[in-house]
Ligand binder design. Structure first.
Ligand SMILES: *Cc1c(COP(=O)(O)O)cnc(C)c1O
Length: 470
């Protein structure tokens, strides 16, 4: 049995084995389950709310209860038919690496506290640097995700600009809420956050940007940063990065490219073509927990010049003086907002070591191709309308018969109803977005376990529900 807060080795092994069995069995069963499960508050509160027990309970019973009442009523992001938001299908080595990291209880704050993990983070960041074709001066930090990456980037941008009064920040109307939140957190007043209208292709027009910057300069404001999208979450659209970089560089405005969603595509030929110009950014946020098949939470921020990040974040604290080993031994805590931080490099490193880059490249390329095939299917359907072309694994469409006679308000209602029916009745899960206020169904097909049949049958289901609704 347990002693105080310790467990004898035999029981440690037994419980770890039990948990492993549960997970492997769950992953095998997953395709036959629904991609989403959830419960309402009243039910879950009744099952879970209680005072903490004074004496311990049987471990297996506690684990069973956790699986049944906590872990099951949740989105199955790795389900082959989970097409909503941004799916996340982690590799098994990635999951095991997180187990190891937690078991070794690594604190990747400083070189002193974690020299091996610090060196490995340097290795993984260097991989990202190569993929993104950043110069040798570049460096970065692994973060909780794209939100933290955008926040750290905007702090660096603000400090690089000398922390001016009346600072302005620019993003497009397709920019992720993480960009607006980062601007808010760093203290940019709401009336100085410029949300610029995109063109018909949902991309930021450099002329629109230039006009806004000029107006602001004339009014005595100080433009400090532009957030551009390399794969917007709504449509997968990529802003004209080269032109935006050409504009920002002579203006001395920091260019942050939010590639949290689409950045991983850079490892493929097609993706690298689409993301051309990303290497001109001052900073890039990219989320391995999206399209690099890693478990949550795994984000990455790279900056063109690592000293900009250190100047923004390094603060001396006497109680940490022993961990200052000099420039050759960087402390990752000096490059972002977290001091204590888990190791996030091992999962990326272990899964790339075990599968190799060719397998990752194929998996990402297949996501891009599946979306193109889905868009073709939609274009050929008598009852579906393609709303945006396939871009980086995303397709937006809706039920709209060819006759063009259905009023917008009706289409809105029909598609909303179809989405609700998929949600409650079907194995698949998808989500929606608004494109110039028009309701769009949105498929994100980047999961490496998804087959064409999974996509195809889901589209057929939507066609059937569409016919029933019309
Ligand atoms: C997901 C996403 C974010 C937010 O990233 P988190 O990892 O959820 O913090 C920011 N920008 C884009 C484009 C995204 O797709």
């Amino acid at each position: 049995m347990t002693h105080g807060l310790r467990m004898p080795p035999a029981l440690m092994r037994e419980l770890a084995g039990y948990v492993t069995e549960i997970l492997v069995e769950w992953k095998q069963r997953l395709p036959d389950e629904s991609a989403w499960d959830g419960e309402f508050k009243q039910e879950l509160r009744a099952r879970l709310m209680e005072a903490p027990p004074e004496s311990g309970r049987a471990p297996r019973e506690v684990i069973d209860r956790a699986v049944r009442d906590v872990l099951s009523p949740a989105m199955r992001h790795e389900h082959p038919r989970a097409f909503g938001f941004v799916p996340s299908a982690p590799t098994w080595p990635g999951v095991l690496a997180d187990y190891l990291v937690t078991g070794f209880n690594i604190n990747a704050a400083t070189w002193l506290s974690a020299s091996g993990p610090s060196q490995l983070e340097a290795v993984v960041l260097d991989w990202f640097r190569r993929w993104l074709r950043f110069p040798e001066t570049a460096g970065g930090v692994l973060t909780s995700g794209g939100s933290a990456a955008a926040l750290d980037a905007l702090v660096a941008a603000r400090e690089a600009a000398g922390n001016p009064e009346r600072a302005t920040v620019y993003m497009s109307d397709q920019g992720h809420s993480a960009q607006a939140r980062a601007a808010r957190i760093i203290g940019i007043r709401p009336d100085r956050v410029r949300v610029l209208s995109t063109g018909p292709d949902f991309r930021l027009d450099p002329d629109t940007l230039a006009a806004a910057v000029e107006t602001d300069r004339a009014a005595g404001c100080m433009p400090i940063a532009v957030c551009a999208d390399a794969g917007s979450t709504s449509t997968g659209a990529v802003d004209p990065l080269l032109q935006i970089a050409d504009y920002c560089a002579p203006q001395g405005i920091w260019l942050h490219v939010d590639a949290a969603y689409g950045g991983s595509a850079v490892i493929t030929e097609a993706g690298a073509r689409l993301l051309r110009g990303i290497e001109r950014a001052d900073s890039i946020g990219i989320d391995p927990h999206k399209w690099m098949f890693q478990p949550y939470d795994t984000g990455c921020l790279l900056v063109r010049d690592i000293t900009t990040l250190e100047r923004a974040f390094a603060i001396h604290h006497d109680v940490l003086q022993d961990s200052v080993w000099g420039a050759n031994h960087p402390n990752q805590a000096d490059r972002g907002l977290q001091l204590s931080r888990r190791d996030r490099a091992l999962k990326i490193w272990m899964s790339v070591q075990i599968f190799g880059m060719a397998a990752f490249r194929d998996a990402v390329a297949q996501g891009i191709e599946r979306a193109e095939r889905a868009a073709q299917y939609v274009a050929d359907s008598a009852i579906l309308e393609l709303m945006t072309p396939a871009s980086l694994g995303i397709v937006c469409f809706r039920v709209n018969p060819r006759d063009g006679a259905t009023p917008e308000a009706t289409l809105h209602q029909i598609n909303k109803t179809i989405l609700a029916r998929v949600f409650w009745e079907e194995r698949a899960f998808l989500s929606s977005t608004l494109l110039r206020r028009r309701f769009a169904l949105r498929l994100c097909v980047i999961n490496h376990t998804t087959t064409w049949d999974d996509v195809h049958e889901t589209l057929e289901t939507i066609e059937r529900l569409g016919r029933e609704a019309l």
